[in-house]
Design a protein around this ligand. Sequence first.
Ligand SMILES: Cc1cc2nc3c(=O)[nH]c(=O)nc-3n(C[C@H](O)[C@H](O)[C@H](O)COP(=O)(O)OP(=O)(O)OC[C@H]3O[C@@H](n4cnc5c(N)ncnc54)[C@H](O)[C@@H]3O)c2cc1C
Length: 273
Amino acid sequence: MPSSLSHRQLLEPRSLPDALKMLRDEGPLTPMAGCTDLYVALNFGTLRDTRFIDLWRLDALRTIGVRDGVLSIGALATYTDLIRSPLLRRRLPMLVSAAREVGGVQIQNRGTLGGNVANASPAGDTLPVLAAAEAVVVLKSAGGLRQVPFAGFYTGYRTSVRRPDELIVAFEIPAIRGRQWFKKVGTRAAQAISKVVMAGIVQPGATRIALGSVAPTVVRASRTEAALAAGASIGAAQHTLMAEIAPIDDIRSTADYRRRVAANLLASMLTSP
Ligand SMILES: Cc1cc2nc3c(=O)[nH]c(=O)nc-3n(C[C@H](O)[C@H](O)[C@H](O)COP(=O)(O)OP(=O)(O)OC[C@H]3O[C@@H](n4cnc5c(N)ncnc54)[C@H](O)[C@@H]3O)c2cc1C
């Protein structure tokens, strides 16, 4: 049953410093970006949080640019922003591919990259891209800024190192060499949660592979990467991958299906032009 709004409070900062002060002085507050995940919980009656801080007007967090060779994507960049960015199409096409597969146009117009990461679902479609790209999560509080490698951001199922007084403000992505690849497998082509989602960078001796929906958090397939670097055949790498991941049976799929799909995706990634 949809939750009542009457006992809930919304703070509306006008700038990032304002927002960080509110988080420090008036917390705990739940950040609200595009609200596409939060609204689902509100509608199901499972959202317990009562005090929110609306980030939507903080346009400074929407910037996509390059500084000192490092790509920086603001946490409030929507999927539509990502899809429309010529810079991203050149530098990080696998993120553009992922953004195109998220929800429908309405969700792409509201849903943000920061929201996808902070929501911390193992099925989040952009997470394998950020893992394969070895992104850095930039967190800011009134006390300062810290940069956390994406590999160390999640601490378990739907938990992360982000403190309640911090916001994700950006993602930094070093220059990438090699061919980028992304594929999501869901029940249908659009508006589906992933059964398996994979992103990778194919380069001789240093192929990177990241998967979602096969573990409690997004994972890098490091054993498979090492096998490929050591010259394993595609078939041998597929076996390593199937042994390496630990998917579960759930409402969307079975563990066995997920293993087979992951192996097929790997072959497809390694052989596609
Ligand atoms: C119909 C529908 C289809 C969808 N399809 C997909 C899909 O195909 N693939 C997919 O991956 N997801 C999908 N989603 C989920 C959702 O749209 C995405 O996860 C989206 O990126 C969430 O972003 P948001 O800005 O709306 O987050 P919000 O709902 O505003 O917030 C989500 C969580 O992140 C926190 N948060 C948000 N921004 C920040 C920040 N900057 N710093 C710290 N914490 C923050 C919030 O407190 C909250 O806990 C779908 C959702 C719906 C309703």
